[in-house]
Design a protein around this ligand. Structure first.
Ligand SMILES: C[S@@+](CC[C@H](N)C(=O)[O-])C[C@H]1O[C@@H](n2cnc3c(N)ncnc32)[C@H](O)[C@@H]1O
Length: 268
């Protein structure tokens, strides 16, 4: 068996798993922007990865800015765009904690960042810096849809998820495991295994990292300190008609964030 590490160096296998709900996610994001925000045409995706949502938004005629830390993911994103779509898209290599684009300040209608990617930011300072810089790019009534899995610090068992996808004649089996959270260090150990098998192929890509942990109170405090208020919350079923209530014990959340009125026009 061939062994590799770092799934973000293998975008086509990553997308075989995470690319399957792209249209549904974009339907939800656009409905959310119309309902809570401006419904306008300039979109931003921090940590856009291999560009599945960027390409989908461009296909629907939106202007999209995306950035990501991983060049292999961005290369895949560029390759998938036809010349006509490319006119709607700007892609940058950048980090969530330091992305800056003065020409976009106060112009973005909808920013979005799903599938727990925000939890890669490994300190309060990095997470706040990201939220503040995204807030500065939003229109005053624009919104940031931030989706991530909250932490139950009382949990005593591992959390596991399994998906199966296909790339051509290859089958991709994805197993993700979240270990027990460390409340003091505010992190959980993560492991992802992608097993790819097909004619003449047997490959294992194993990636390990830490995700930052948030319970609901920790998330809310952080958003407020970054000058953002929570307009609504949804589950990962992406249904606008069923928002998640304040006291729900569901851990999957999409937060709809908007600049606090007091921060409008404020740089920091
Ligand atoms: C789970 S993927 C999500 C990609 C895309 N948003 C999607 O929904 O398909 C996470 C992405 O975050 C990127 N990433 C991780 N840490 C980052 C950071 N500090 N700044 C920017 N991108 C980062 C990875 O390179 C990867 O492409």
């Amino acid at each position: 068996m061939e062994r590799r590490s770092d799934w973000y160096s293998h975008p086509k296998y990553y997308e075989a798993i995470f690319g399957t709900d792209t249209e549904k996610e974009m339907d939800f994001l656009l409905a959310l922007s119309r309902h809570h925000g401006t419904g306008g045409s300039l979109l931003l995706e921090p940590a856009c990865g291999a560009g599945r949502l960027v390409a989908e938004a461009a296909r629907r005629g939106f202007d999209v800015v995306g950035y990501d830390i991983a060049e292999p993911m961005l290369a895949h994103a560029r390759r998938r765009l036809s010349p006509a779509r490319r006119r709607h898209v700007r892609l940058f290599q950048s980090r969530m904690e330091s992305f800056s684009a003065p020409e976009l300040e106060g112009r973005v209608d909808l920013a979005f960042n799903l599938v727990s990617t925000f939890r890669y930011l490994d300190s309060e300072a990095a997470a706040r810096a990201h939220l503040q810089s995204t807030r500065r790019l939003l229109k005053p009534d624009g919104v940031y849809a931030l989706g991530f899995h909250l932490t139950d610090y009382a949990r005593t068992t591992l959390e596991r998820e399994r998906w199966v996808g296909r790339v051509g004649r290859d089958t991709v089996i994805c197993n993700t495991r979240e270990g027990l959270p460390d409340r003091r260090l505010r992190r959980s150990p993560m492991r992802n295994r992608l097993r790819i098998s097909g004619p003449g192929k047997d490959m294992l890509i194993e990636t390990k990292w830490f995700f930052r942990t948030y319970d609901l109170a920790e998330a809310r405090r952080l958003f407020r300190s970054a000058g953002l208020r929570v307009l609504a919350m949804y589950d990962f079923d992406y249904r606008l008609e069923t928002p998640v209530g304040r006291n729900s014990n569901r851990l999957d959340r999409v937060f709809v964030l908007q600049p606090l009125p007091s921060t409008r026009g404020r740089k920091r």
